[in-house]
Design a protein around this ligand. Sequence first.
Ligand code: HEC
Ligand code: HEC
Ligand code: HEC
Ligand code: HEC
Length: 441
Amino acid sequence: MEKRNQAAKLIIGAVVVIIAVLFLAGVVSRHEIKYKSTPLSRDDIAYRQVEAPAATSADGTITASDWKAIYPDIVVSWGKNAENEEVVDYLDLDPYLKGDEGIYEGYGFAKDYGSARGHNYTLTDVAKTKRPHGMANCLTCKTPNFTKLVNDEGVSAYSRPFDEVYAQITENGGETVSCYTCHANNPGNGTQPKDNLTVTHSYITKALGDQIGTIDPGILACGQCHIEYYFNPETKETTMPHSSVEAMTPEATYDYFTEIGFSDWTQESTGAKMLKVQHPEMETVLLGKHAGMLNCADCHMPVEQNPTTQNIYHSHKLVSPLEDKSLLANCLICHKELGAKTIDDMIAFVKNIQSRITAEETRVGNLLLDFKHALAAANRSGTWEEEKLDEIRELYRKAQWFFDFCYVENSEGAHNSELATRCLNTAEELINQGMALLNAE
Ligand code: HEC
Ligand code: HEC
Ligand code: HEC
Ligand code: HEC
């Protein structure tokens, strides 16, 4: 009995010592590492179930100012998107795009194409663009009040006159991209993004169907607009050209448009039926190296703490990760093992990729312009068989598509440099094939 008691005491003692050692070596030191080098994360946020405030808007969307008493920090940070107001004129920066001489000849972007800026400017910018906007479908990605209109009225809302719907929305105090866009009328109800975010843009749910559950809600929220789309030629409704992640490649999307006989415009000088790519950020991210690991919020919405109230929340000011120290510190959690030792290394790593892609883009863009001039000359000459010209027009249309897929994507290769490079290489090959045909005659 004595002996057994002693043995038990020894075992208990040993277990206590082992636990203490584990605690000191593992848990304590891990906690210290977390505190010293890990910024705040979504795990630090105290999610809570709240009662929705009454909607003050005419259409029943609960506005940012309605939410202000409940989520003051989030609403204030959301308002700060206005600080991102600078616009770069891409037509001045890259003259090969511009006017009747450039590769966008005959399309609105040849006349007016500036860089994107903060979400607060969507309604101002869509009204003043020199690009044509006859129908309300141009409001798809600008305001939750149009989203609500489509959800209430159905797809006929897309073909209503732009001016009429724009006036109706702005006169009723309509908002730019706001809470309803990504949360419907119930933000914050759940600890996981899937409980907290709602896809309100119906063309996404329509296109993806069952597949929607396979995509991170923190990617879908942004992908509602940062995506390639087209207007259905008959119904004018906003439509996605793909219904699964596998079909989001530029190759598959091109084949889809060609199969349905779709083109955005016919270019006069070349006679080619052209396509314009929009802003395929969701595609490049889902097909990129971070897919399945990070969502858009992880890289563009830092978790912050209010120094007075200590409240921890996702900042809703959408920033470049290169301009935010806590986001950059997050990158290092993985990138330390991939060669970046410091925040400065991380910035340099991304900027290197971007400058390589930008230089290639300029080179291939100018080759595309040469191809366009040569094709236009052949088209003008009247000496070419239409069939041969069509063969070359197809190469030109396709080269422009692949070039554009890289050019209009807003990260300059940071989201997916392999895909950007593949697009530019494909464009260059097609240009070479076309030029060889033109020079052979
Ligand atoms: C463009 C999309 C978008 C808009 C607009 C938006 N949110 Fe969010 N919101 C997100 C994302 C993404 C998250 C992070 C989801 C997660 O990880 O749980 C989030 C998280 C939240 C959370 C959970 C708590 C937290 O800090 O993560 C609340 C509450 C919230 N948003 C409220 C709002 C309010 C209020 C507005 C309007 C002022 C708003 N959101 C506008 C995308 C959006
Ligand atoms: C309702 C459509 C919509 C949704 C949803 C949306 N965006 Fe945007 N976003 C836009 C539009 C439109 C612009 C360009 C605004 C302008 O220039 O007037 C823009 C601009 C931006 C910019 C500025 C680009 C630049 O070059 O400065 C960033 C960054 C951005 N969005 C990130 C996000 C992220 C991250 C999410 C998800 C949390 C998101 N957006 C969700 C429509 C949307
Ligand atoms: C692994 C991190 C990461 C993820 C995930 C990510 N981005 Fe980015 N994003 C970047 C970086 C880096 C840049 C380049 C920023 C710069 O040039 O300053 C960028 C640039 C952008 C830009 C151009 C705006 C600007 O400030 O230059 C937009 C718009 C954008 N991302 C949207 C998205 C959307 C939408 C998603 C999700 C579908 C997403 N990003 C996911 C890292 C990320
Ligand atoms: C969860 C881990 C993880 C985090 C966090 C992370 N990355 Fe990455 N990142 C990776 C991996 C893995 C690769 C692929 C490395 C490779 O294949 O060489 C990668 C590659 C990249 C690339 C090259 C992509 C390409 O297509 O060439 C860029 C740029 C990048 N990361 C930027 C960022 C930025 C900016 C952040 C922070 C905002 C970040 N990453 C955060 C894991 C991560």
